[in-house]
Ligand binder design. Structure first.
Ligand SMILES: Cc1cc2nc3c(=O)[nH]c(=O)nc-3n(C[C@H](O)[C@H](O)[C@H](O)COP(=O)(O)O)c2cc1C
Length: 374
């Protein structure tokens, strides 16, 4: 190995005690390839196994905690005990190759396509649709359904423990239900779940507390609990960088194992809310300090890209698209073959890359999404 990359290969112990063998994480990526009944498909398990030999930790695609949270065609489910064997198949597929396995737990809220959820009943914090033409007007969740969804995040965590995962990641990012409660765009409530910024934090923090409670009750082994968030929203009103600093102060007091900052560009700068010209991730890292480890992500492809990101002081670096393009990324850097890393999709290599057909079709038919597809 070229010695400058050694820093990427140091092991890292998360606060719960789980040790990651290196600093590289596979970012959560939906693959549209699960079975109709919510079970994982064989091609999906093979796709993960192919990418689990080098990285320290794999975060799975998001999985719905209740039937009305299903956000994607071919998304696998975790909303009933019958799905534990399916969840186990995926955990084993990842762990057998040497990576820690983390299940991303999710509810799509107002972003779910109505045809994917029972009776087309789309729910959210308030009856405010997402911006854009033709978006459904969600039904405002009543108190007892909010409580039930919080419990469902806990139940899914219990299933993750039973299925053998090393942890869960609470999906509080990308505009889905947890973020919808934090956002002043989608949360216009004036009860205990909304109003002030502190009240908009009630739902995300209640989920963290419930997940942590279930972990404490159901296992004596170290179990990872991470939280993913998006630092800003483009809408007005919408989450600003200043709001996010309030969110991370609250999360940093919750004994989480990591905060995962969802960004498409690792180096992106704040749009509003702070007077600071540094990258968002640097501002977040400074604010969090040593209270909880941070994972950074976004358009990192080459070994030098990842090294530069790591040099900001962020302890863990995730990659999404690049690990689809190059499943052997970590092994190549470890062997001093970083010049042989592919950084563009090769349209002729679907079989070799073991990418399930629905994901492959989405990649090659979406111009500009992946390098190599114009
Ligand atoms: C195919 C695909 C599916 C994704 N699905 C999810 C998901 O299920 N959950 C999530 O939090 N982010 C999801 N993302 C976002 C990625 O985790 C990541 O933040 C983003 O792709 C930027 O990282 P990258 O440039 O390394 O790909 C997805 C991204 C891609 C490309």
């Amino acid at each position: 190995m070229n010695s400058k990359f050694k820093a990427l290969f140091e092991s890292f112990t998360l606060p719960c005690g789980v040790e990651l063998k290196n600093r590289i994480v596979m970012a959560p990526m939906t693959n549209f390839s699960s079975n109709e009944d919510g079970t994982v498909s064989d091609s999906e398990v093979k796709y993960y196994a192919r990418r689990s030999g080098g990285v320290g930790m794999v975060v799975t695609a998001c999985t719905y905690v209740t039937a009305n949270g299903k956000g994607f065609n071919g998304e696998f489910g975790a909303d009933s005990d019958e799905l534990v064997p399916s969840l186990r198949q995926l955990a084993i597929g990842i762990k057998e190759q040497g990576a820690k396995s983390v299940l991303q737990i999710f509810h799509g809220g107002r972003q779910v396509p109505p045809q994917l959820v029972p009776n087309g009943d789309v729910v959210s914090a308030s009856a405010i649709p997402s911006e854009g033409a033709g978006k459904p007007v969600p039904r405002e969740l009543p108190e007892e359904e909010i409580e039930a969804i919080i419990k469902a995040f806990g139940e899914t965590t219990r299933r993750a423990i039973e299925a053998g995962y090393d942890g869960v990641e609470i999906h509080g990012a990308n505009g889905y239900l947890i973020q919808q409660f934090f956002s002043p765009h989608s949360n216009r409530r004036d009860d205990r779940w909304g109003g002030s910024i502190e009240k908009r934090l009630t739902f995300p923090l209640a989920i963290v507390d419930e997940v942590k409670r279930i972990v404490a009750e159901n296992t004596n082994e170290p179990f990872i609990v991470g939280y993913r968030f998006s630092p800003e929203e483009p809408e007005t009103p919408g989450i600003t960088m200043a709001d996010t600093l309030v969110l991370i102060d609250a999360l940093a007091d919750k004994n989480l194992d990591y905060l995962h900052v969802s960004l498409n560009d690792f180096w992106s700068k704040p749009k509003r809310g702070v007077d600071d010209s540094r990258a968002r991730i640097e501002i977040i890292q400074e604010r969090v300090g040593s209270k909880v480890p941070v994972i950074g992500v976004g358009s990192l492809y080459s070994a030098d890209d990842v090294l530069r990101a790591k040099e900001t002081g962020i302890p863990l670096i995730a990659m999404g698209r690049e690990l689809i393009i190059e499943p052997d990324w970590v092994q190549k850097v470890a062997e001093g073959k970083e010049d042989e890393i592919a950084t563009k999709i090769d349209k002729g290599k679907q079989q070799e890359l073991m990418v399930p057909d629905p994901l492959w079709q989405a990649i090659i038919h979406t111009p500009g999404w992946f390098p190599g597809i114009e």
